[in-house]
Each structure stands twice: as structure tokens, then as C-alpha cells.
Design a protein around this ligand. Structure first.
Ligand SMILES: Nc1nc2c(ncn2[C@@H]2O[C@H](COP(=O)(O)OP(=O)(O)OP(=O)(O)O)[C@@H](O)[C@H]2O)c(=O)[nH]1
Ligand SMILES: [Zn+2]
Length: 344
């Protein structure tokens, strides 16, 4: 068995310590989530845990911290998250789906080729900002590009403080290049389209090829499962969360993150004449004035509007889905009551 880890090495911080002052239980970090149970890591080693009857494992995410009773193999309490990464929404229920918990860094991955798409990067940035996770842009396949610097410049334009890294994912120096974000106790995850090199980088970081093989096998059948480990210890001391849910993240309810991604626009909207200004053709629009003055680019404004619209539609649908559910249960309740009354 691997050597025991301290809580600090597992990513424990004051944020979690402050929550356990008057609670019993052994801290465990969730390493995988299954249909009926979760697996976790404690200072004494791995544990398999079940939840209280009636509690769904869907409320748990890889990376979560819980207090558990290892002897009873039971989760007692989930600690408040430092960050939460969620998928936009489930079509059927309108609910947001948990992807991962307590991430410090999101490696937003694209390539120095046709995959590079500023609007997609902004969408991932909005998600990361909304969740409070620090984004880092990884530009792979720099070895195959004529002018990798041009891609770096375009990505860097998305934020002065935004780390942008161009690299060859197959190079020997990947772990070294990404080490600033993979130090002891740090938790990272990767997002990006298919084929951009996420698996290649994950293998370089974990130092083996087994880490992602479970997912690879499922890929062959075009299906992903949540079985297998999803929290990988990195040789440098950090953790990589690798869940199938990382693909295809939609935006919903992330208006804060969108504003954070487009600061040069969101900082102006309070000055628009109309509170609900869409910055399209309204009189007294401060954003359009800034475009005219050359302080905001028309492209950025167009993408900001598109993302806002997408977010609003998805957010509305979430609320509507809840309303629909409420109406549905009212109808059912009324029907049940009606029946009971009929029986009397
Ligand atoms: N030359 C070069 N090839 C790369 C680079 N990054 C990825 N590749 C290659 O591109 C292909 C796809 O890489 P993967 O790591 O499987 O991409 P992925 O993002 O995990 O793709 P999915 O699993 O479909 O999401 C593989 O053949 C890699 O060897 C790079 O930086 N340089
Ligand atoms: Zn406006």
C-alpha cells in the first residue's frame, strides 16, 4: 500500500478545518462516486463508504471532503465546498449536474490549430470564474504550429492576469511546465474538446498510462462510466480530477462568471440608460459608446451578448423545470387527495 498521507497533502485547508470544530468523524476526500457508494481517502488509507438510506450519491462529487465513520463505512456529513464545478443542466430535469468539487485550477485546453476558438475559451472561462476556480489556458500542439506565439497572444488578450501556456503535450517537460499548479495539496482538472491532448497531458502529469485507461476502454464503446478512480495523485504532490463529466460543459446560471470574463464590458453596463439594456441599439448605451470609441471590440461584445443569451435561456429553463415539477406534484397530490376523499 502507498505511504500514508497527511490531510494537508490531500488538499485539506482551514476552510474545511473550520467546519469540524463541533463534529465527530474522520475526514475523507472522495476519490470516486458510484451509484450506491463512494470511495474516499483518509489519513489511514482508502475507504469505501455508503450514504444514509434515502441519500443519493448524486449529491457527492469527486474531490469532496466528508466526515465519515470508517468502521461503519458510512458518510456522516459532507463539508461545504471551496469550489464546485457543475455542468449547465440536465435536459430532462433542468438540474445542474455536479462534475467535481474543491478544484483549485482548471486547465482549459485547446490546440494551436483549428480547434482554437475564442468563444469556447470564453465559455470555459465564465464557468471557471463563476465557480471561483483559477483558469489556466493550455495551448497544445505548439510543436505542429507555424506560429504558436500568435495563438498565445490571442489567448492572452482574454485576460492580462490569465496564465497562458503553449506546449507539446507529448514533450518530456509537461509535468515540469505545469508544476506551478500541481504542488502539494493543489487540485486540478482539465476541460477541452476531444483530441486536444487532455489524456496525453494527464498521463504526463500522473507519470503513468494506467490513470486514464478505464476511460479509454469505455471510449471504444462510445460510453463513459464513473467506475474506476477519478482522483489521481500526482508525483509532485497535487491531485488531478479526471471525470467523464469534464467534456461538454454548458453554461447556465453563470452570469457572474460571464461578467468576470468580460470585465471591460461588465464594468460599463451600470452606466447604460436602461437597467435591462441588451447593448444592441438602445439609446444611452454605455457599451455601444465604448465600441464606437474603440475601447471595446465589436467581436467581444457580440460574443458577450451570445453567451449572456445562452446563459439566460438555460437559467430560465432550470427555473421552469422546477416550476413544472411543482405543478406536477401539486396535480399528483390533488389527485391523491381526491381519491382519498372519494373513498371516504
Ligand atoms: N504533436 C503533438 N501531438 C499531440 C499533442 N497533444 C495531443 N497530441 C496527439 O493528439 C491526439 C489526441 O490526444 P488525446 O490526449 O487523446 O486528446 P484528448 O483531449 O484526451 O481527447 P479525448 O479523449 O477524445 O477527449 C493523440 O494522438 C496525441 O498524441 C501535442 O501537443 N503535440
Ligand atoms: Zn447598454
Amino acid at each position: 500500500m502507498a505511504e500514508p498521507l497527511t490531510l494537508f497533502q490531500m488538499g485539506w485547508t482551514d476552510h474545511f478545518a473550520d467546519q469540524i470544530t463541533d463534529r465527530d468523524g474522520t475526514p475523507a476526500r472522495i476519490s470516486s462516486v458510484h451509484r450506491k457508494r463512494v470511495a474516499g481517502l483518509t489519513v489511514d488509507g482508502p475507504v469505501d463508504l455508503t450514504l444514509d438510506p434515502g441519500q443519493s450519491t448524486a449529491t457527492m462529487a469527486v474531490g469532496d471532503w466528508v466526515l465519515c465513520n470508517p468502521d461503519a463505512a458510512r458518510v456522516l456529513h459532507r463539508l461545504d465546498r471551496h469550489t464546485t464545478l457543475q455542468r449547465g443542466k440536465e435536459f430532462a430535469t433542468g438540474e445542474r449536474q455536479l462534475i467535481a468539487a474543491n478544484l483549485d485550477t482548471l486547465f482549459i485546453t485547446t490546440s494551436c490549430n483549428a480547434d482554437f476558438n475564442v468563444a469556447r475559451l470564453e465559455r470555459y472561462l465564465a464557468l471557471a470564474h463563476d465557480a471561483g476556480i483559477a483558469p489556466v489556458i493550455l495551448l497544445t500542439k505548439s510543436d505542429q504550429a507555424d506560429d504558436a506565439a500568435a495563438y498565445v497572444a490571442e489567448a492572452q488578450a482574454l485576460g492580462a492576469d490569465l496564465p497562458v501556456v503553449a506546449l507539446n503535450a507529448k514533450g518530456a517537460d509537461v509535468a515540469q511546465i505545469l508544476s506551478p499548479w500541481c504542488a502539494v495539496g493543489q487540485t486540478v482538472a482539465m476541460a477541452g474538446s476531444s483530441g486536444v491532448g487532455k489524456t496525453t497531458i494527464a498521463n504526463a502529469l500522473t507519470g503513468n498510462t494506467a490513470a486514464t485507461q478505464g476511460i479509454r476502454e469505455d471510449d471504444a464503446r462510445g460510453r463513459h462510466t464513473t467506475t474506476g478512480r477519478s482522483l489521481h495523485r500526482l508525483p509532485q504532490g497535487g491531485w488531478l480530477i479526471d471525470t467523464p463529466g469534464m467534456r461538454g460543459l454548458g453554461v447556465a446560471d453563470v452570469s457572474f462568471g460571464i461578467d468576470a470574463t468580460f470585465p471591460e464590458i461588465s464594468s460599463l453596463t451600470d452606466d447604460c440608460r436602461f437597467r435591462d439594456c441588451k447593448h444592441e441599439n438602445e439609446p444611452g448605451c454605455a457599451v455601444l459608446a465604448a465600441v464606437d470609441a474603440g475601447r471595446v471590440t465589436a467581436d467581444r461584445l457580440a460574443r458577450y451578448r451570445k453567451l449572456r443569451r445562452e446563459d439566460e435561456i438555460a437559467t430560465e429553463t432550470t427555473a421552469e423545470a422546477h416550476a413544472r415539477k411543482r405543478r406536477f406534484s401539486k396535480t399528483v397530490n390533488a389527485a391523491v387527495k381526491g381519491k382519498k376523499r372519494g373513498r371516504r
